[in-house]
Design a protein around this ligand. Sequence first.
Ligand SMILES: O=C(O)/C=C/c1cccc(O)c1O
Ligand SMILES: [Fe+2]
Length: 312
Amino acid sequence: MTLALVCMSHSPLLEVTAPPEEIQDDVDAAFAVARKFVEDFDPDLVVSFAPDHYNGFFYELMPPFCIGYEALSVGDYGSEEGPLNVPTHIAKDLAQAVIDADLDAAISLKMEIDHGAVQPLEVLFGSIAAKPVVPIFVNSVAPPFASMRRVRQLGTAVGNYLKTLDQKVLIIGSGGLSHDPPVPQIATATTEQKAMLLNGRHPTAAARNARQQRVIDTAAAFAKGEANIMDLNPEWDREFLAIIASGDLEKLDTWTATEMAAAAGNSAHEVRNWVAAYNALAAAGDYRVTSEYYRPIPEFIAGFGVTTAMVK
Ligand SMILES: O=C(O)/C=C/c1cccc(O)c1O
Ligand SMILES: [Fe+2]
């Protein structure tokens, strides 16, 4: 068993907007560091913790966690569409191990995933099917949320299982940090938005384009300081990264969903994927963060972080 980790923010705007060259170069350099780390590690298997943005999971039935036995990318925002290469026997054993650890994760025999899960695979491997991947959904957009303690316990249970494998496993955590993109909230949704949040699977091309254009337009306005969304919160982001680097992950157990959203935006809950991923790594021993990139990037509506880590 050897475990290594990459956690990174994602943003669909990476695929569809051209930010100032300097920002693009900066982010590309951070991705190059992560890519080299992964190339050197040369994983046999990837386990990915990622959110979904009402493309695969809806209020019709919204689990806190779900392990995919098979998975399909919906191809939102121009991301690669199609099936992942999921080793189903490992996904099944992992789900059993998680349930045996008293964590009642859902499973899906046909999990639909979006840019949140796909973008790290594209950045790190160039394609969604390049490596065997077990995808784990962590609800990060649809209240109510699992406690941070529960997210930590999920990560630990996954890590304890991964330790038993005779494989090199790359753990990915996708999302965050502070950000508040215009993803509809059930509490304030219009009738049309409510229908989408309830079950908006497989929208028409026109509906998908309209939804995506709203985010693209908001990002352009946000970069000019003109959007009606919450500011990024670099202080909160840096505090989060410092706790992650310290290894004192239990500290995050006290973070409540209400406080997280108030300080860092409704989509700051995506850091749950980092918390699960880092706890999975920590199950194998004390870790060290081997690289860290951070920059608040309004053009991507993201406090943008990329870290790599391995066991000491
Ligand atoms: O349109 C969506 O579903 C999400 C958009 C988005 C924008 C910026 C950062 C993110 O993490 C997102 O998921
Ligand atoms: Fe996201």
